[in-house]
Write a protein that binds this ligand. Structure first.
Ligand code: NAD
Length: 398
């Protein structure tokens, strides 16, 4: 992508304000852009959402209520009462509540064009393949799968069935991340030298699927470390050449008998950009990303939260805080996929984008196991795994 790309949201195209604080205290602002209207219901893309866990109930079902091109059409869960309750709460009927066993009945529902898979990681493959077989497009939560092999099978299944597969990387549909990408790629920070990214949280529950290898596929790397890898790749638009990594789990901690607690890893990108990332299930909540350029530093803190993301640019003379209009990240992501389905074009974060991260994570585990740097396949060019960028109006909707 070049700076003249018309799809590229830049400082003059995104809603929000940038406040620049010079030593003299000057500020500058950008005018807000008015919201667009939702489509009529009959035109919106209908979704069946699989899995009624925390993410679905707290974020995704409410996100459909504010979506422009997307509507909730069915829910799928093995908990019948919860499925019926959720369906009714969002204006659907009891008949719109399915179980995993009756999932294939969605084949007869012309008003359901897509499924959104929000299940434990290693179940993503089975439901993607089943959705593809009944001709439904698939939006799949991150990580795309529990392994490279599963992710490859998912991409193959959707290609073979002629349906779209999108990896649900909400951070690639968020105005603040686009602003950060623009600052990095426009050269405003000078040549990028170093990036540090951290995503850590305490995983308290010994009984939950995230700590079981058969359901999670891995530990903190697949769940939260993935954000560091994916956001750095998105900001730079290039692919890493080599990884070095180390993992650690506190001996005797019953939470980490199957999956790793912490991972520290380094990625070497083209042009000598050195990236250092850390993730953990044992450290108190922090999500930060810092880009160090020859002429300034960009800082996202928090970098990966659902709301209240904060972007600051530090130069020798100024600190600029970019205040962007907060839009629901999930709504933006879902509406992008709907637009792709409506216009018959591939999403910005297709299955291939999620598969590339699976390959990088596999190399990180390999490096930690073998105690040596692991080279990655070279992918010259920019945004080689991504489709056309999301549209400005979608990113600007409240
Ligand atoms: P959760 O534990 O809250 O919900 C999981 C759901 O899967 C539940 O409805 C559960 O009943 C169902 N399920 C079906 N079969 C299951 C089985 N065999 N074992 C356990 N649960 C089973 O999990 P969640 O936090 O909603 O995560 C679901 C997916 O969403 C994961 O892939 C996760 O990585 C992803 N996620 C993404 C984000 C994001 O910001 N994009 C945030 C949280 C979770």
């Amino acid at each position: 992508m070049t700076p003249s790309d018309p799809h590229r949201p830049g400082p003059d195209t995104l809603a929000g304000t940038a406040a620049t604080h010079t030593p003299e205290g000057q500020t500058s602002t950008e005018p807000p852009i008015p919201p667009t209207l939702p489509q009529p219901r009959a035109q919106q893309v209908g979704y069946a959402v699989l899995g009624l866990g925390e993410l679905t109930l707290d974020e995704l079902l409410p996100a459909y209520a504010t979506a422009g091109r997307s509507r909730l059409a069915a829910v799928v869960s093995d908990d019948h009462d919860k499925a019926v309750q959720s369906a009714l709460a969002y204006g659907l009927s009891e008949a719109d509540a399915y179980s995993y066993d009756t999932f294939e009945a969605l084949a007869g529902r012309d008003d359901v064009q897509a499924v959104y898979i929000v299940l434990p990681n290693t179940l993503h493959r089975e439901y993607t393949e089943r959705a593809a077989r009944i001709g439904k497009h698939v939006l799949c939560e991150k990580p795309l799968a529990g392994s490279v092999e599963d992710a490859e099978a998912m991409v193959r299944a959707c290609r073979g069935a002629g349906v779209y597969l999108m990896t649900a990387y909400r951070c690639q549909y968020t105005p603040v991340h686009w602003r950060a990408r623009d600052l990095v790629q426009s050269g405003e920070l000078g040549a990028v030298k170093l990036i540090h990214a951290v995503n850590v949280q305490v995983e308290p529950d010994e009984g939950q699927w995230r700590l079981r290898r058969d359901l999670a596929g891995g530990g903190s790397l697949l769940d939260v470390g993935l954000y560091c890898i994916n956001t750095v790749r998105f900001l730079l638009g290039t692919e890493p050449l080599e990884v070095t990594a180390r993992t650690h789990s506190t001996p005797g901690d019953p939470r980490f008998t199957e999956v790793e607690e912490s991972v520290s890893f380094q990625l070497a990108f083209p042009g000598g950009v050195l990236v250092s990332c850390s993730c953990s299930y044992g450290a108190a909540h922090a999500r930060t990303l810092d880009v160090y350029g020859a002429q300034g530093r960009l800082s996202l803190d928090p970098a990966f939260d659902y709301t209240d993301l904060r972007l600051r640019v530090h130069t020798p003379d100024t600190i600029t805080e970019h205040r962007l209009k907060e839009s629901d990240q999930f709504t933006l992501e879902i509406d992008h996929f709907s637009r792709c389905i409506q216009e018959r074009r591939g999403p910005f974060t297709p299955g291939e984008e999620g598969l590339q991260d699976e390959r990088i994570m596999a190399a990180i585990y390999q490096s930690a196991r073998e105690g040596r740097p692991v080279p990655l396949d070279e992918h010259p060019g920019r945004d080689v795994f991504r489709g056309a960028p999301p549209e400005r109006p979608l990113m600007e909707r409240a």
